[in-house]
Design a protein around this ligand. Structure first.
Ligand code: ZN
Length: 250
């Protein structure tokens, strides 16, 4: 299994990161893609990657709650400097739960568009965060011609998700699927060839407010299998193949 999105550098794992990683390997996780959202987080992730080459990988972008285009441009330069260690952009996107004011939404939209063209220019996958903004995120990605898209923990309606599927976007399903009717609907209606597994550790675990770990992607796989009434191995094989495709993993 491949965990396409988490935050392995999170302080929640500082005391037991090696154990968390080895637990993931034990349940069959072969790759973990971690998203770093500032320079410190990026440098910390690189150190973890050095310890676990061919297991831990990273995507990078500036925290989507920072609505400052100059800082975004600066961070893009930092990414270019470290491009050989980065396999994707993200998580970037729209959060209309945090930002309610029109002018803030506009700023976030502009920044999102900049990240999309940056990822297109680099021909890298883009991991997209969308909260209470699924429809708008899909619309902007489509208009801007985003090519390699992972919609992570998509919380919009299935109808909009299907629009994304038609554009070739992938959707990663976190372990919170066991307590989210919306995620269960997604698992039911999205085709298996567009579904990925993600933990989003340390958040979005099977139990609310309990620290989530990458090993829990097996819980996502099991729930998807149950919903689609297919063997879990079929889910694991398909999602792994999908992750290999989007990230160009061998
Ligand atoms: Zn995340």
């Amino acid at each position: 299994m491949i965990d396409v999105h988490c935050h392995i550098d999170a302080k929640e794992f500082d005391s037991n990161r090696d154990e968390i990683i080895s637990n993931a390997v034990k349940v069959g996780v072969t790759k973990i893609v971690s998203s770093a959202l500032n320079i410190d987080s990026l440098e910390k992730t690189f150190l973890i990657m050095e310890k676990y080459p061919s297991l831990i990988f990273c995507t990078a972008s500036l925290d989507y709650t920072i609505l400052d285009l100059d800082k975004v441009n600066e961070f893009m330069m930092e990414i270019r400097r470290r491009i050989n260690k980065i396999i994707g952009i993200g998580e970037v996107g729209l959060d209309y739960f945090i930002f309610i004011k029109e002018e803030e939404k506009k700023k976030q939209e502009t920044i999102f568009k900049n990240w999309i063209s940056f990822s297109n220019e680099l021909n890298m996958p883009i991991v997209v965060h969308s909260r209470s903004a699924g429809k708008y995120a899909i619309k902007i990605l489509t208009e801007e011609g985003a090519k390699r898209v992972i919609m992570h923990a998509f919380d919009g309606s299935v109808g909009y998700a299907i629009e994304g599927v038609k554009k070739g976007f992938y959707f990663s399903i976190p372990p919170s699927i066991v307590r989210s009717e919306q995620k269960q609907k997604m698992a039911k209606h999205l085709p298996l060839d567009k579904i990925l597994l993600e933990s989003d550790a340390p958040v979005l675990g099977p139990t609310k407010d309990i620290i989530n770990t990458p090993s829990n992607i097996v819980i996502s796989a099991a729930k998807i299998a149950e919903i689609k009434k297919i063997p879990i191995n079929e889910v694991i094989n398909a999602t792994t193949k999908n992750a290999q495709e989007i990230f160009n993993f061998k």
